[in-house]
Design a protein around this ligand. Structure first.
Ligand SMILES: [Zn+2]
Length: 429
């Protein structure tokens, strides 16, 4: 024991990190990591992982949407595992953003496999299926969660026809990879899946700030995205007195400050103007039009909707006072998703058993668990992210935090294996 962390878990944690780094070499770009939906390096990634799990007595296959599916049978009844015996999913995604780090998504898949090693030979009343989702980031098709949507049964015809920059549809990309898009419907999960667990790096500074290695996610924040356009009048900056202007950029600036102020003074709210375009955009011309984005997130949909209504009224007030016009358009309105209260409680307990004080939190970013939660009880555990940095080559994790996460995962599996409530959930999941 070092730092109260189990010795075997430390060794496994070092292996997890080495394996994440090994997978980083399967990239579409030389010298940096980029692995998008069903690119050729994804196939190499699958082959590498399949080699790791074969000695565990686990079977692996690629499903119809390109997810890697590794089944570790319930030891008591290995034959039933293939015939729809109850199973628990543990997973995350294997795709990456361009110029990615090593751990976002990948860590959750590799850690799930480490848990199979950790419980190797132990009898669980359910099978454990480690899942490596083929697509979560939305890079190639501008549509995220292709892998998990297939399992949730929400990958519809319209989505399958979406095209990438080369005009290749999702459907064609699947066929080109040697898979059959007509079989996607068969991948929809049913009663045999007891639940979904996802380990993921936090991708933010909250755990590090709080001095906690592991976080238990209670909900994934809902998200609104809007576009505002302030319309004033362009004119000469030297000849137009200040009191006779209709400056669309000054109006936008006032609005941006108001958004920040409201979010800073509202508990749990994050609101961001991340993009702005001023037209005509010259140093000697008053801006006649500005277009800006607004992203609003909160754990509770009521609070998010109240904030969005406030921001719309605020923009109208600013425009009226400055004798401008404003239009707004809602581009996204995605409800918050709660994690399963039973699994959240179990995860909380397991984090404690791993020697960490649990930290309850909301995920501000979307994850596969958000999609699967519509079908099965789902939970997420976050690992502290040094510097809060992700989607960047300098993304990292502390090997001791990975060891704690493995400890936590083993406790969680043992708890679920001996939980009659979890087994009951099984019957009517
Ligand atoms: Zn991710």
């Amino acid at each position: 024991m070092t730092d109260g962390i189990d010795h075997d878990s430390q060794a496994l944690a070092r292996e997890v990190i080495a394996r994440c780094q090994a997978l980083a070499r399967f990239s579409e770009d030389a010298g940096s990591i980029r692995r998008t939906f069903l690119c050729e390096p994804m196939r190499q990634c699958h082959q590498e992982i399949a080699g790791w799990v074969a000695p565990l007595g686990a079977t692996s296959r690629i499903d119809a949407v390109g997810n890697l599916r590794i089944v570790y049978p319930a030891v008591a009844a290995p034959a039933e595992a293939e015939a729809g015996a109850p199973r628990l999913f543990i997973g995350s995604h294997l795709d990456t953003v361009p110029d990615a780090g090593v751990y976002d998504g990948i860590l959750g898949v590799v850690l799930g496999i480490a848990l199979l090693s950790a419980i190797h030979g132990r009898k669980l009343p359910f099978a454990v299926e480690a899942v490596g989702f083929s697509e979560e980031e939305g890079i190639r098709f501008g549509t995220p969660f292709i892998g998990s949507r297939a399992l949730a049964g929400t990958l519809d015809e319209e989505l399958l026809n979406r095209q990438d920059a080369q005009g290749v549809s999702i459907r064609k990309a699947i066929a080109d990879f040697g898979l059959n898009p007509a079989e996607i419907a068969q991948e929809t999960i049913s009663e045999d899946v007891l639940g979904y667990l996802e380990f993921h790096i936090e991708q933010g500074p909250v755990l590090e700030n709080a001095g906690r290695p592991l976080g238990v996610v209670e909900a994934i924040a809902g998200q609104s995205r809007l576009q505002f356009t302030f319309v004033g009048r362009s004119n000469h900056v030297g000849t137009t007195p200040m009191n006779l202007r209709h400056d669309a950029l000054a109006a936008a600036a006032e609005f941006i400050s108001a958004v920040e102020h409201r979010a800073r003074t509202t508990s749990g709210l994050v609101a961001t103007v991340g993009a702005i375009q001023a037209n005509p955009g010259a140093a000697n011309v008053i801006a006649g039009e500005t277009r800006l984005s607004l992203d609003v997130r909160h754990q509770y949909d009521d609070a998010r909707n109240t904030a969005v209504d406030y921001f719309i009224r605020n923009a109208e007030d600013i425009a009226a006072r400055r004798k401008l016009k404003v239009r707004q358009q809602t581009l996204m309105d995605q409800p918050a998703v709660s994690m399963d209260p039973f699994l959240v409680g179990q995860a909380h307990e397991a984090v404690g058993k791993a020697g960490c004080e649990p930290y309850r939190m909301v995920s501000g970013a979307g994850h596969d668990a958000m999609i699967l939660a519509a079908k099965v009880p789902s939970a997420m555990i976050f690992l502290r992210t040094p510097g809060g940095i992700s989607h960047h080559p300098s993304e990292s994790v502390d090997v001791r935090d990975v060891a704690r996460a493995i400890d936590c995962g083993v406790h969680l599996l043992d708890q679920l294996a001996s939980s009659s409530e979890f087994q009951r959930k099984t019957q009517h999941a």
